[in-house]
Write a protein that binds this ligand. Structure first.
Ligand code: SF4
Length: 350
């Protein structure tokens, strides 16, 4: 794994991203922002799942009014997502948005962008320059096509406009729906700039498609040290995004969220109902926050050796199973006491 890129630290409300700060999990509500109650209900569910920054769509004056009410209740940073209307962007930061996500390319001329920047400065809000493959400026597209290079050029050009007005609380995203283009765009930009990056794949699809695309793109970027906030976009319940984001962060080795449970795929040697046992172990360790890896293996012959990397594990036998640690046998127990003994061992030894 590469060292994490040291990006600039940018304050977002009561937290900070970039630099050595944690890579934070972001999601976006899919409720009508004008419906404050519904939006708050969803934010509460997102927070319970582990969301750390929440974005809401702001598309009219009513949404702006909601921002203040939402901000008064929630404790995580609030991001307003704005397109086309600079006045809404100005009003959003004046009404409590800790960050606004804009695409300067569609906010209008530089004078309008200046007004947004001035308002953000005054309110202490950050600005995310969010470019995506569908929003690259025509002149850039004519020169660089519509791939990763164009996305990076567009982001740099827009960042320069904002910098011109003496502002640097900037976060950047360069989302594409194409996995390799997405990775490349972030890599190109990251090599040229130190602004923190919000990473994500746009229009990633339903749960299944998004998990695969996001794991590939975000996983690859994170392993290579790129990314300061993360969003797994899913067509579906946004709460699902949080679990997926946690897994990607954990498996990329960037953050730890409780115990890492690994299990073998089973084969003809397996003599125990491993699928059910994995479920039992998962349920038994739910909420246990210890930085360990637990292996659940199908057979005693190969299991302990195959799971040498695990801190502790169990392997099934015929009637009796084994508890092992780092590949070494600790004891054998009756098969029906295997899970219970494992949970006890974890409780007393870690
Ligand atoms: Fe097969 Fe045993 Fe390996 Fe599981 S641990 S895949 S059951 S050999």
């Amino acid at each position: 794994m590469s060292e994490r890129k040291k990006t600039k630290v940018v304050k977002i409300g009561n937290t900070a991203i970039g630099g050595g700060n944690l890579v934070l999990i972001q999601s976006m509500t899919d409720t009508d922002t004008r419906d404050v109650e519904k939006t708050l209900q969803q934010i509460s569910k997102l927070c319970d799942a582990g969301c750390e920054i929440v974005r809401v769509a702001v598309f009219d004056e009513e949404c702006v009014k909601s921002l203040r009410k939402i901000k008064d209740v929630i404790t995580i940073p609030l991001v307003a997502d704005i397109h086309f209307d600079y006045k809404l962007a100005v009003a959003a930061v004046e009404n409590g948005a800790d960050k606004i996500r804009i695409n300067p390319g569609n906010i209008g001329n530089e004078q309008n962008i200046k007004k947004v920047v001035d308002a953000a400065k005054l309110a202490g809000a950050a600005i995310r320059v969010g470019v995506n493959s569908g929003s690259v400026e025509k002149e850039i597209e004519d020169k660089y096509g519509n791939g990763a290079e164009a996305l990076a050029k567009s982001a740099i050009q827009n960042v320069r406009i904002i910098e011109k007005f003496g502002f640097d609380s900037i976060v950047v995203s360069l989302k594409s729906s194409d996995v390799s283009e997405c990775i490349k765009a972030y890599e190109i930009f990251s090599a040229k700039s130190d602004y923190p990056l919000h990473i994500g794949v746009t229009e990633a699809g339903d749960y299944e498609s998004s998990i695969v695309k996001s794991s590939m793109a975000l996983g690859s970027l994170l392993i290579n040290g790129i990314g300061d906030t993360i969003r797994v976009s899913i067509t579906g319940d946004p709460v699902l995004e949080i679990g997926a984001a946690k897994s990607i962060l954990q498996y990329a080795g960037v953050r730890k969220f409780g115990i890492d449970i690994v299990s073998c795929p089973t084969c003809g040697r397996c003599r125990i109902p491993l699928k059910d046992i994995v479920k039992e172990v998962k349920a038994g360790l739910k909420g246990v926050d210890k930085p360990i890896k637990v292996a659940v293996m199908g057979c005693i012959v190969n299991g302990p050796g195959e799971a040498k990397h695990a801190d502790v594990g169990i392997a099934g036998g015929d009637g009796r199973g084994a508890i092992f640690a780092h590949g070494e046998l600790i004891k054998t127990v009756d098969e029906n006491r295997l899970v219970e003994e494992l949970l006890d061992y974890i409780k007393t030894h870690f």
